[in-house]
Design a protein around this ligand. Structure first.
Ligand code: APR
Length: 249
């Protein structure tokens, strides 16, 4: 990756009125969370059908056991990495408004970003399938599965978007509005294969935003929607991009 690309990306961010970020599992890989696709990916070990809403309704206990093992037990120990921290510092410098993330690990908030749109929900909350009330995950015990609603006794589900479930309307609307109006979008660590989340960079591209992409591998966006491709791992490229942005021209 050339220094010229890094400086070009930094100039666009400095000159932008509105810059936001769109992140995927790749930004959390260096925190120890495996991606879904690619070598060692979650889907190379587990059938995505187990994360269908219908399967959860029919087998809440079995579904919860896998989700607790894959996400909750792991997420309790992981920490934001330098990539998450760089995005938080961009927000603190007034150069990034929002992170739109496909991740459910809550690491952007832990790193300090205050405006995070969670396209696929979050493991930090659970929701009752009967009365629809939501609770912080740490307020319910996951020792006995499936956990039950403290209020109505209904089955609690993780507040993550299962396959065949809809995206939270407010998140989809706000993210799409942002994609239509932003000057710059930083796309980090995503294949761009999953819809409707994967549309966001395309909407931004078609509305004239400059797309900066960070990924060690090509994605659905690279050489198509991407204007500046910073080839490499997020834990290295985002801190370098932050330094280039904060270093006076
Ligand atoms: N830094 C940056 N990108 C990385 C790194 C890294 N260190 N390591 C891997 N990547 C990239 C891979 O090249 C790939 O493009 O991260 C991406 C991981 O792809 P996926 O696992 O498919 O993640 P994502 O695109 O976020 O998946 C979208 O699919 O299964 C659903 O709900 C799940 O939110 C997820 C959605």
């Amino acid at each position: 990756m050339s220094d010229g690309a890094l400086r070009n990306a930094a100039d666009h961010i400095r000159d932008a009125r509105t810059t936001f970020a769109f992140t995927g599992a790749g930004i959390s890989v260096e925190s120890g969370i495996p991606p879904f696709r690619g070598p060692g990916g979650v889907w190379s070990k587990h059938d995505p059908a187990l994360f269908e809403m219908g399967y959860f309704r029919r087998n809440p206990e079995a579904s919860w056991k896998l989700i607790r093992e894959l996400f909750y037990e792991r997420f309790n120990t992981v920490k934001p990495n330098k990539a998450h921290t760089a995005l938080a510092e961009l927000e603190a410098a007034g150069l990034l408004t929002t992170v739109v993330t496909q991740n459910i690990d809550g690491l952007h908030q832990k790193a300090g970003n205050t405006h995070v749109l969670e396209y696929h929900g979050s493991t930090s909350r659970v929701q009752c399938m009967s009365c629809r009330r939501k609770y912080p995950t740490e307020s319910v015990s996951l020792d006995t599965l499936p956990p039950k609603c403290p209020d109505c006794g209904g089955v609690l589900k993780p507040d993550i978007v299962f396959f065949s479930e809809g995206i939270p309307d407010d998140v989809h609307r706000e993210a799409t509005q942002l994609a239509r109006s932003a000057d710059v979008l930083i796309v980090v660590g995503t294949t761009g294969e999953v819809q409707p989340a994967g549309r966001i960079p395309w909407v931004a591209h078609h509305n004239g935003a400059t797309i900066i992409e960070i990924n060690p591998n090509e994605s659905a966006y690279t050489y198509k929607a991407t204007d500046i491709y910073l080839e490499g791992k997020a834990g290295r490229m985002l801190p370098e991009l932050l330094e280039a942005v904060l270093t006076p021209r």
